[in-house]
Design a protein around this ligand. Structure first.
Ligand code: NAP
Length: 332
C-alpha cells in the first residue's frame, strides 16, 4: 500500500481506502462484511469510510464491530453527516442540533472516542454556513473529530466556507469527497483547481463506477446475478451507466488493461490515482476477493499514451459538466 497526505494536512491516508455504502448492514451479510474489512486490513488499507445514513445507521455498527480490537492509532476512520437518520425535522441537515446529535450516534456505533475525518455529506441550503462551521470547529476542539471535510460541494460552496473559516479563525476543511472515475470527471474543471490552491484533497468515491468499469456488465445482456445492478438498494445510482453505448465502450478498454497486465478494476482505480489532487480512492466490495484484486492498483503509474488511449475509447460518454455537482435544493 502507498500513503498520501489528506490535502495539505499532516494526516496520512492509504491511497486506497475501503467504504461500506450499500454493502454493510444491507447488500452483504455481516460475516462477508467482516471478511472484506479483514481483507482490507491484510492488504494494508488503514483508511475506512462510512456515513451515519448508510443502511439506516447499521453500516457504522457493522464497521465498528469489524474493526473492534484493531489498534485505533493504526486506523483512519471517516464518517459523514447530512442525510436523514430518523423521521424528525431535525434528524437531517447541518444544523448545530443535528450535527451534535449525529456525531454522538456515530461515535457510539463505531465504538470509538473520535473520528479522524468528519464530512458534511452535502451542502445544506437551510442552515447558515457559519452555524455549520462553528459546530464543526467545536467538535474539533472537543477532540471528537480530528479533521473536517465536505462531500459533493461545488467550488463556490467550498470557497465560501473557507472565507468564513479564515475570517472567524475556524478549522478549515482539508478534504472533499466527490464521485470521480474515468466516466465521471465533473470535478476537474472547477473543484480540483480550487482545492489544489487551498490544500484540499479529494477522497473519491465509486472509482470503478460501482462495478461498471470492471467490464462485467455486457451490452444487451442482463446484469450478472447478485451484482449491484440487480440489488434493490443499489440499482438506482448505477443505472446512469447501464446503457449499451457506455457498456460497449467499457468493453473496448479491455485490451488496454491487458497490455498493462492489469485487471479492469485495477486500471480504473489506478486512473483516479493519477490525479495528484486525489488523496485516496474509496473502493467498495461485496466480497473479499474484490478488495484483494482492486488494491493492486496502489502505486501503479499510467503514462500519457495510456491515458490518451482511454480517452479515445470512451470519447463522448465521459461526463465533464461541473454543473452536475449538486446538493438537494431543500433538505431531504
Ligand atoms: N460521499 C458520497 O456521497 C458517496 C456516495 C457513494 C459512495 N461513497 C463512498 O465510496 C465508497 C465506494 O463506493 P462504491 O461502492 O460505489 O465504489 P466502487 O468501488 O466503484 O464499486 C464497488 C462495487 O463494485 C463491485 N466490484 C468491486 N470490485 C469488483 C471486482 N474486482 N470485480 C467485480 N465487481 C467488483 C462490487 O459490487 P457487486 O459485487 O455488488 O457488483 C462493489 O461493491 C462507498 O462505500 C462510500 O464509502 C460516497
Amino acid at each position: 500500500m502507498e500513503f498520501r497526505h489528506l490535502g495539505r494536512s499532516g494526516l496520512k491516508v492509504s491511497e486506497i481506502s475501503y467504504g461500506n455504502w450499500l454493502t454493510h448492514g444491507s447488500q452483504v451479510e455481516e460475516e462477508a462484511a467482516k471478511q472484506c474489512v479483514q481483507a482490507a486490513l491484510d492488504e494494508g488499507i488503514t483508511t475506512f469510510d462510512t456515513a451515519d445514513v448508510y443502511a439506516g445507521t447499521k453500516a457504522e455498527e457493522v464497521l465498528g464491530r469489524a474493526l473492534k480490537g484493531v489498534r485505533r492509532e493504526s486506523l483512519e476512520i471517516f464518517t459523514k453527516v447530512y442525510w436523514p437518520t430518523g423521521r424528525g425535522q431535525n434528524d437531517r441537515g447541518l444544523s448545530r442540533k443535528h450535527i451534535t446529535e449525529s456525531i454522538h450516534g456515530s461515535l457510539r456505533r463505531l465504538q470509538t472516542d473520535y473520528v479522524d475525518l468528519y464530512q458534511a455529506h452535502r451542502f445544506d441550503v437551510e442552515t447558515p454556513l457559519e452555524e455549520t462551521l462553528k459546530t464543526f470547529d467545536d467538535l474539533v476542539r472537543q477532540g471528537k473529530v480530528l479533521y473536517i471535510g465536505v462531500s459533493e460541494w461545488t467550488a463556490d460552496q467550498i470557497s465560501a466556507a473557507l472565507k468564513i473559516a479564515d475570517e472567524m479563525g475556524f478549522d478549515r476543511f482539508v478534504s472533499n469527497q466527490p464521485q470521480y472515475s474515468m466516466l465521471w470527471r465533473i470535478i476537474e474543471s472547477e473543484v480540483v483547481p480550487l482545492c489544489e490552491r487551498e490544500g484540499i484533497g479529494q477522497i473519491v468515491w465509486s472509482p470503478i463506477a460501482q462495478g461498471v468499469l470492471t467490464g462485467k456488465y455486457l451490452p444487451g445482456q442482463q446484469p450478472p446475478e447478485g451484482s449491484r445492478a440487480t440489488d434493490p438498494s443499489g440499482s438506482g445510482m448505477i443505472s446512469r451507466f447501464m446503457n449499451d453505448d457506455v457498456l460497449t465502450r467499457v468493453q473496448n478498454l479491455k485490451p488496454i488493461a491487458a497490455d498493462l497486465g492489469l485487471t479492469m478494476a485495477q486500471l480504473a482505480v489506478a486512473w483516479v490515482l493519477q490525479n495528484p489532487n486525489v488523496s485516496s480512492a474509496i473502493i467498495g466490495a461485496s466480497r473479499p476477493d474484490q478488495v484483494r484484486d482492486n488494491v493492486r492498483a496502489a502505486g501503479v503509474s499510467l503514462d500519457q499514451d495510456v491515458l490518451k488511449r482511454i480517452d479515445d475509447v470512451l470519447g463522448p460518454i465521459v461526463e465533464r459538466d461541473p454543473a452536475k455537482t449538486v446538493s438537494p435544493s431543500s433538505r431531504p
